[in-house]
Design a protein around this ligand. Structure first.
Ligand SMILES: *Cc1c(COP(=O)(O)O)cnc(C)c1O
Length: 421
């Protein structure tokens, strides 16, 4: 069972001011999550979380995370701009981009962000920019490693790095460090992202072992001691209530053990651990509130709600499961198997398929869980459906508007030759 962080009474009150649909975030939960993460890695002196901005690019959220000592991980020029405007600076900003336009490299360098290079060829690209655009190689840079092959844990295949567009081969990382050294870079980091939404406490320790051992190899091969190792994102959440949630304390201890066995045991006890978590930090601390508009029975029973895939794309895009609570009917014994749908002219606009839920009627308020990351931010405007509002449930229990819903004016704002008046 999943219990929403707001009650029916609270949400009904909130909807009097802010009509559904909207995403709402839980400040208390976010702060507690950040503190639990820092606690789990408190054994590592240089530990820092760089929150993946793409998961929840909302200033009010980024500011909370900043107050909890998090930096940001950006992948585009506008994410850099957003982070800068939210008060992040220099070594609080990781730039883990790929297929990067030159303007964005230049912006990252100007900000003093740590550039995490995705490709060996980008070294030549940046070298050329030193001549044409005044790019200067920073003293600290990071390289993104992709070990290729299949990433498995035990008998389970987690992902296929060989098919991933990200990162460099082992040789490229080694040659890249040599080349960057010649260009004046003094301090190096190593980054890798091997599997997404892992629901196991063993992913980070396994990834860490590969990176820690590689760091020792790099010292032998190039004589460079890696300064930080960035385990990036990938720690998942239990979207399904029957899944066992990850335990960050256990994960931190797992990485600690591997750290002691590899780096610390071999004379590199000061390597800093970085993370770029998005989903793990925010997903459970946001939800999409939506009201039931219609109930329709044909070959199936359809519950039509006022949110649609434009507000939460994951079910339509990945066939992802998001748990749904029918507020006020948690204990109902009357159930029905339904599809919960939005209004897009797309049959994949379904938040749930053939799900057994308490019997729902028009007017009921539903909560779609775990939308705090990769929820609002993946939104779009298909069918001229507009982006919803975002609210923050503050620690004092009051809801605050942190992004208004879009209006038709917003939708038309970029058009020429069209008179909205
Ligand atoms: C998306 C992304 C993350 C965050 O991933 P989560 O699965 O949300 O933790 C971190 N780093 C990079 C480079 C990413 O692209």
């Amino acid at each position: 069972m999943k219990t929403p962080f707001v009650t029916k009474t609270q949400l009904e009150e909130i909807t009097k001011t802010y009509p559904t649909p909207f995403h709402i975030y839980d400040e208390k939960g976010i702060r507690e999550k950040a503190r639990a993460l820092y606690q789990a890695f408190s054994w590592n002196k240089g530990f820092k979380e760089f929150f993946a901005v793409k998961a929840t690019p909302t200033p009010a959220i980024l500011k909370i995370l900043h107050e909890e000592n998090c930096g940001v991980d950006c992948a585009s020029g506008v994410e850099l701009l957003l982070s800068q405007k939210c008060g992040f600076s220099k070594n609080e900003i990781m730039f883990s981009s790929n297929d990067t336009p030159k303007e964005e490299f230049l912006a990252a360098q100007k900000l003093g962000a740590t550039i995490n290079l995705d490709a060996y060829d980008h070294i030549a690209f940046l070298s050329a920019l030193t001549k044409t655009d005044g790019f200067e190689f920073p003293k600290t840079m990071s390289l993104r490693y992709n070990p290729g092959g299949v990433f498995s844990m035990g008998t389970q295949i987690m992902d296929h790095p060989e098919a991933s567009k990200f990162g460099m081969t082992k040789d490229q990382v080694v040659e890249g460090i040599k080349a960057l050294k010649k260009l004046g870079v003094e301090t190096f980091g190593l980054h890798s992202f091997l599997a997404s939404n892992t629901v196991t406490n063993d992913y980070y320790p396994e990834l860490a072992r590969q990176l820690f051992e590689f760091a020792l190899e790099i010292r032998d091969l190039v004589g460079v001691e890696i300064d930080f190792i960035n385990l990036s994102g990938g720690i998942g959440v239990n979207y399904r209530p029957e899944e066992k949630p990850n335990d960050i304390a256990v994960i931190g201890e797992g990485v600690h053990r591997v750290f002691d066995e590899t780096l610390a045991a071999n004379g590199m006890p000061n390597v800093k651990i970085y993370t770029e978590l998005g989903r793990f930090m925010l997903a459970p601390h946001g939800l999409l509130a939506t009201r039931v508009l219609h109930k329709k029975k044909t070959y199936r029973t359809y519950i039509g709600v006022d949110a649609s895939a434009v507000n939460l794309m994951r079910p339509a895009f990945y066939d992802a499961y998001h748990h749904i609570t029918v507020l006020g009917k948690e204990k109902s014994t009357s159930t029905e198997t339904v599809d919960v749908t939005g209004s897009l002219c797309e049959n994949n606009d379904k938040f749930a398929k053939q799900r057994t839920l308490p019997t729902i009627e028009p007017g009921d308020l539903l909560v779609i869980h775990d939308t705090g990351a990769h929820g609002f931010s993946m939104g779009y405007q298909y069918n001229a459906k507009l982006r919803s509002a975002e609210l923050l449930l503050q620690e004092n229990g009051e809801a605050k508007l942190i992004r208004r819903a879009e209006t038709p004016e917003d939708y038309f704002a970029t058009l020429y030759g069209f008179d909205f008046e």
